[in-house]
Design a binder for this molecule. Structure first.
Ligand SMILES: N=c1c2ncn([C@@H]3O[C@H](COP(=O)(O)OP(=O)(O)OP(=O)(O)O)[C@@H](O)[C@H]3O)c2ncn1[C@@H]1O[C@H](COP(=O)(O)O)[C@@H](O)[C@H]1O
Length: 108
C-alpha cells in the first residue's frame, strides 16, 4: 500500500511540475484549489454513500478516488508525503488514546 501511494504521489507531483496534455491531474492543478477541494468533498460523500449501500467493491473504488484526490491536494499545498507518514507513525505508536481523543473532540 505504502509503495503504491508513494508511486502515485510521485506521478501527481510530476504532473504538477510538467503539465501534460490529456492529464486529469494537470486539469485539476489548472482549475486550482477550490476545484480540488470540491472533488475531495464529493469523493468523500461517495465513500459514505457506497459504504451505506454495503457493496464493498464500490466502496473500495470510491476510497481509491478519495485517496487520489487527497494526494492531489497534498501536492497542491506542497505537503510532503513523509510529513503525513510521520504523523501516522507517531499515532501508531500510541495506544489506548480513547480518553485523549474525546478530550480533543470536546475542545474543538
Ligand atoms: N488514480 C487516479 C485517479 N483516480 C480517480 N481519477 C479521476 O478522478 C475522476 C473522478 O471521477 P468523477 O466522475 O467524480 O469526475 P469527472 O466527472 O471525471 O471530473 P470533474 O469534471 O468532476 O472534475 C475521474 O475522471 C477519474 O479518472 C484519477 N485520475 C488519475 N489517477 C492516476 O493519476 C496518474 C496520472 O493520471 P493523469 O494525470 O490522467 O495522467 C495515473 O497514474 C492515474 O492512474
Amino acid at each position: 500500500m505504502q509503495d503504491v501511494i508513494r508511486g502515485l504521489y510521485e506521478v501527481v507531483q510530476q504532473r504538477k511540475r510538467e503539465p501534460r496534455e490529456g492529464s486529469y491531474t494537470c486539469y485539476l492543478f489548472e482549475q486550482g484549489l477550490d476545484k480540488i477541494l470540491k472533488k475531495c468533498g464529493e469523493e468523500c460523500s461517495e465513500v459514505i454513500i457506497a459504504a451505506k449501500n454495503g457493496k464493498n467493491e464500490d466502496t473500495e473504488n470510491e476510497i481509491c478516488d478519495l485517496l487520489y484526490h487527497l494526494l492531489v491536494l497534498m501536492a497542491q499545498q506542497e505537503i510532503p508525503l513523509e510529513e503525513v507518514e510521520a504523523i501516522l507513525e507517531q499515532r501508531r505508536q500510541k495506544i489506548g488514546n480513547l480518553k485523549q481523543f474525546h478530550k480533543v473532540d470536546r475542545e474543538s
